[in-house]
Design a protein around this ligand. Sequence first.
Ligand code: 2BA
Length: 109
Amino acid sequence: MKLLIAVVQDQDSHRLSTALIKEGFRATKLASTGGFLKSGNSTFLIGIQDEQYEQVLQIIKANCKSREQMISPVSPIGGTAESYVPYPVEVQVGGATVFVLGVEDFRQF
Ligand code: 2BA
């Protein structure tokens, strides 16, 4: 068994959870915040059998899009002036960041 931890953009989270349910997968969606952009994203915990791995990856890939996002500069008052960037910077936010963990045991009571 595996546990997939998938960080996806909020714009894709409803579509992804609908697609997972439709294909018979169970998932838990957590509200999360990206450490860099400090904006909301969604983290899915998806418990699957090993042989379902490729199918779930395909579902995530098909439902999560990569997007460009602008970061506005924040005045460094009280912060470090060296890291201050005085103009907006564009970053590419991935469709999904997926961590794959082996599950030692799984119980439901
Ligand atoms: P954020 O941390 O808000 O990062 C959003 C996007 O900003 C990243 O997209 C990346 O393009 C850029 N970025 C992040 N840290 C950066 C840095 N130190 N310097 C320059 N650019 C930086 P993604 O890489 O697609 O990540 C999307 C979200 O996935 C992240 O949101 C974070 O919530 C999660 N994530 C990505 N890598 C992770 C990791 N290694 N561990 C835990 N969460 C991760």
